[in-house]
Each structure stands twice: as structure tokens, then as C-alpha cells.
Design a protein around this ligand. Structure first.
Ligand code: PHB
Length: 388
């Protein structure tokens, strides 16, 4: 009789192991959305979540054959709370994948936590150059941009228009600093220079003293990085001060994306650069915009596109491994490798995990950022400091 006991134990162990893996295959994939749902970037967070869920819904609610279960944290665009917030998703909710966020300072903390815990991270906005630079890692990809990309593109456009003396204005944090640095690099390459960088603390909107300084310096153009509620206020204040009549206001497209209904007349005819334009007349973009408008009763914007594409990138990876998260290397390789069929146009990811994409010059007409030309074709972030 004695040999029977180990045999029984072995059979039981096999059954448990079998049931475990069958369960893992059938169980939902836990996606942790860490986004701003309050503060100046709240609208951006909602658009990203909407875009992500729209893609999942179009796939019948599944990616790689598995249901998706969502967990949410409002990060408030507050870097000092970022590590605690991301650990709610990693350690408390035990998510399989992190999706977030908007603010570069918060995203840097998420990237460090994702690296420390080897959690998958898909970034649907925050452009912090370091994330696809010195902090680059196999488990981190971005569906959006690096802060350098739209800035550099606008610098080349401004230089091409004969701008010799420009000023920049932004919030004093990573995204503003890197965006204006990209602009300066593009402008210097095309014959101009930045005579002064102005800034104020995030998410402040006390622009008056800075606008007075711009009026006094009379540069050929101003480049501004603001987004969300702050962008609405800045563009309105710039026009109210009468500056838009004499000094063109340029920016990365965030200055006029998701903001036009609130900015109204103050934003008309503004030129910006970004990897998306509302009226790209492709079937992919038209279908996306229609589906988004029907589902959410709102116009899609670049943030909705980035959320949608974050889900596509994850979906592409999961498809390659049939939803089996344990095939981690295959999964992360597939996420990087597939061309993404985005509403913005097809794009690929660099070795560092950042989109290589066309930068469009857009012009505001009514409530839309209309495509004018390709400012820079297939622009890749230089990925300075990334060793992969
Ligand atoms: C950022 O912090 O990286 C950031 C925030 C809002 C934007 C773009 C970039 O629209």
C-alpha cells in the first residue's frame, strides 16, 4: 500500500498544476490604468482611457484571447505621490500590465517601479526623454512620443519660416524643459536661436508677468509647451494680451489638442506640430473617429489615439503568445516588433521602444487641427543614453 501515497500526491499535484495553468489562461488580464482624473490633465486621462477601452471593445473585449479587467488609480499628475500610487497597482492589485501616464514626472517614477518589479509598462502619453533614453528597458514601451520629437519638428518649421529670435515659455518640469530643448535644437539647425526661456511652476496659470516680458522683448516667435486646462488658459491669455497679432505663437500640438472648443477664437490659425491631425483622410482615421464619437459623444484627439494604440501594442504582443503572459521575452519582443496600424498612420517602435513617426504641421480651423504638411518624415528620437 505504501507506494500509493506518493503516487496519489503526484497525481493531485499534477491536477492542481493543470488546473492552475488552465485558470491562468482563462483568467482576465489585469490592466492597471494610472492616469490623471483630476487637475489640469484630467481631460487627457479620460481620453486615453476611452481610446484604450475602445480598441479592446472592438476586439470583443479581449486581447490575445483573454478578457481584460481594469484597475484604476488617479495619479493627480503629482510626482510626490507617484511611487505610492503605482505600488497600489503593482503590489495591492497585482496587475499584469501598467498603462500610464500623462505627466512626465509621474511617469519617471512609474518607469523606475516597473523596472524594479519587472512589470510590463505601456506609456500612452508622458514624453520624458529618459524613459526611452537612459531608463530604457525591454518591459517598457511608449505609444505616444518623446518630448524632444514635436519640439524638434516645430523648431525646424520655425527656422524654415525665417524665425531668427525666438522665446520659449513653459511649466518648469521635465516635459516643458525637454520640449523647449527639442525646439531649440531644431531652430538652431535651421538658422535661428532662442533668446530667452521663460517658465513657471506646474500647473500654475499666472501668465501675466511673463506675457509682459514677451511684449517687451518682441521676439520673431514664441514656442510654448502647455497642455490640458493650462493650454486653454495660456492661448486665451496670449490672445487677450493682443500678442497673437504681432508675434506668432507656436507649440507642440498639445497646445491646441483636446482644447479647441474651450479656446474658441483665440486659437484660430495657430500652427503646431504633432504626430496626429484630426482630418487625416484615411479609412483607419475616419473609422476610428466615427467609432469614438459614437461611443463617447466627443471628438477624438491625440490622447484618444495614443490610448487606442497602447491597447493595440499590448494586443499585438499578447496575440503573438496566445495570451500566455509567462512567455515574457516573446511577448515584449512582439510588442516592439509589430508595425502599429494607428489612426495617425502606420508607425514602428524603435529599439528603445519609442514610436518612429511622421511629425505633421497642423493649422487650427474651427474645432479641428487640420493637416498642412509633413514637417519631418519618420522622425526617431535620438534615444541618447539607451543601452539595449
Ligand atoms: C508630459 O508631461 O510628458 C506631457 C504632458 C501633457 C502633454 C504632453 C506631455 O500633452
Amino acid at each position: 500500500m505504501r507506494p500509493q501515497l506518493p503516487f496519489r500526491v503526484a497525481v493531485a499535484a499534477l491536477l492542481v498544476a493543470g488546473a492552475g495553468s488552465a485558470f491562468a489562461q482563462g483568467a482576465p488580464i489585469k490592466v492597471g490604468l494610472m492616469l490623471p482624473y483630476s487637475g489640469t490633465y484630467a481631460g487627457i486621462g479620460v481620453a486615453i482611457e476611452n481610446g484604450f477601452k475602445l480598441y479592446v471593445q472592438e476586439q470583443g473585449g479581449k486581447l490575445g484571447g483573454r478578457e481584460i479587467q481594469y484597475f484604476k488609480v488617479d495619479d493627480e499628475s503629482e510626482p510626490s505621490k507617484a511611487t505610492e500610487n503605482v505600488n497600489k497597482l503593482i503590489k495591492r492589485d497585482n496587475v499584469d500590465v501598467l498603462v500610464g501616464t500623462v505627466h512626465s514626472g509621474v511617469a519617471l517614477a512609474m518607469a523606475n517601479a516597473a523596472k524594479a518589479n519587472n512589470t510590463l509598462l505601456v506609456i500612452p502619453n508622458a514624453g520624458a526623454d529618459a524613459i526611452t533614453g537612459p531608463l530604457c528597458a525591454a518591459n517598457i514601451v511608449r505609444s505616444s512620443f518623446s518630448n524632444w520629437q514635436p519640439g524638434y519638428a516645430m523648431g525646424t518649421v520655425a527656422g524654415g519660416k525665417g524665425v531668427k529670435r525666438a522665446m520659449t515659455i513653459t511649466w518648469n518640469y521635465a516635459a516643458g524643459a525637454e520640449s523647449t530643448k527639442g525646439f531649440t535644437e531644431g531652430l538652431e539647425k535651421t538658422g535661428g536661436k532662442v533668446i530667452k526661456d521663460l517658465n513657471l511652476p506646474f500647473p500654475g496659470v499666472e501668465f501675466q508677468a511673463l506675457l509682459t516680458e514677451i511684449a517687451a522683448q518682441k521676439p520673431d516667435a514664441v514656442y510654448a509647451f502647455f497642455a490640458g486646462g493650462g493650454a486653454v488658459k495660456f492661448v486665451k491669455d496670449y490672445a487677450a494680451a493682443g500678442l497673437n497679432k504681432t508675434i506668432p505663437l507656436y507649440g507642440p500640438g498639445f497646445l491646441t489638442d483636446g482644447t479647441l472648443e474651450a479656446q474658441g477664437a483665440s486659437a484660430q490659425n495657430m500652427l503646431t506640430t504633432l504626430h496626429y491631425a484630426d482630418n487625416l483622410d484615411t479609412r483607419r482615421n475616419n473609422d476610428f473617429r466615427k467609432s469614438y464619437a459614437l461611443t463617447y459623444k466627443a471628438n477624438a484627439d491625440v490622447y484618444a489615439v495614443q490610448g487606442y494604440d497602447a491597447a493595440q501594442i499590448l494586443g499585438n504582443g499578447l496575440k503573438a503568445v496566445n495570451g500566455d503572459l509567462s512567455k515574457r521575452d516573446q511577448l515584449t519582443a512582439a510588442m516592439r516588433k509589430t508595425a502599429v496600424d494607428s489612426p495617425r498612420g502606420k508607425f514602428t517602435l524603435s529599439a528603445a521602444g519609442n514610436p518612429v513617426q511622421d511629425m505633421y504641421l497642423r493649422e487650427v480651423k474651427g474645432n479641428y487641427n487640420e493637416f498642412r504638411s509633413i514637417a519631418v518624415k519618420a522622425l526617431a528620437d535620438p534615444a541618447r543614453g539607451c543601452k539595449m
